[in-house]
Design a protein around this ligand. Structure first.
Ligand code: ADP
Ligand code: MG
Ligand code: MG
Length: 251
């Protein structure tokens, strides 16, 4: 579903190369974890997958369902079913979360040539999904992410994901700032999305989240490259021994 080949990317503004020859394959049905020390390029990779314009790809390719997405803008990628939950969710002042969700769902339907959702149908879907994530519908009347606590932001992202049912979900540091109860709710939300025709990429610095979202594969990112891949036991190894051994072996 996702194939990243020898990707090199730099910050558009100053030309600093952050992603330096990254290879990664994620199959449909798979939950892949990307781990790595701070500053290794995890968030940068998520921005590049989203199509943020502050980064330039200088070499390599990103294939999604066999087709390069490099020429697609962020909205076109979203319409194709790619969903990114960022480490620092964007605040959208002046638009109630509920309204934002409705527009997002209808944009997606429009891109697929489907009819707009009728308000009662939309309300039913939102209430159902919000209930599962223990989100108070009062929160959805407030502008998206404005004044939301860390936990509320993460739940709001998972809610968007549950409603949009993307094919490829990339979650960057969804665990940061979550207490254990919120972490479990978020993990349940992600696990509910597991399906043979969907892939999930979970980016995390710590192993903790992976106790609740058990990954099929684990990849270690360091200095903009995947330096080691394995199964879920690799995450346990990292938890026990830290990153130093793997980085040393790759150097
Ligand atoms: P991670 O998410 O793994 O902690 P990041 O992708 O946030 O790592 O950052 C990787 C490196 O790139 C860091 O050294 C960071 O300072 C740098 N970096 C990323 N984006 C920018 C930017 N827009 N301007 C300056 N430096 C950046
Ligand atoms: Mg970081
Ligand atoms: Mg990061």
């Amino acid at each position: 579903m996702l194939e990243i080949r020898n990707l090199h990317a730099r910050i558009a503004e100053d030309g600093t190369e952050i992603i330096r020859g990254l290879d990664l394959t994620v199959k449909a049905g798979e939950v892949a974890a990307i781990m790595g020390p701070n500053g290794s390029g995890k968030s940068t990779l998520s921005y590049i997958l989203a199509g943020r314009e502050d980064y330039e790809v200088t070499e390599g390719d990103i294939l999604y369902n066999g087709e390069s997405i490099l020429e697609l803008d962020a909205a076109e990628r979203a319409a194709k079913g790619i969903f990114l939950a960022f480490q620092y969710p964007v605040e959208i002042p002046g638009v109630a979360t509920m309204q934002f969700l409705k527009v997002a769902m209808n944009e997606q339907r429009k891109a697929r040539g489907e009819e707009e959702l009728k308000t009662p149908d939309f309300m039913r879907l939102v209430k159902d999904a919000a209930g599962k994530l223990q989100i108070n519908t009062e929160m959805l009347k407030r502008p998206l992410n404005v004044g939301f606590s860390g936990g509320e932001k993460k739940r709001a992202e998972i809610l968007q994901m549950a409603l949009l049912q993307p094919q490829l979900c990339v979650l960057d540091e969804t665990d940061s700032g979550l207490d254990i109860d919120a972490l479990k709710i978020v993990a349940d939300g992600v696990n509910a999305l597991r399906s043979p025709d969907r892939a999930v990429v979970v980016i995390t610095h710590y192993q903790r989240l992976l106790d609740y979202i058990i990954p099929d594969t684990v990849h270690v990112l360091y200095k903009g490259q995947v330096i080691k891949s394995g199964d879920k036991t690799l995450a346990h190894e990292l938890e026990a021994n830290g990153y130093a051994d793997i980085i040393g072996a790759a150097a």
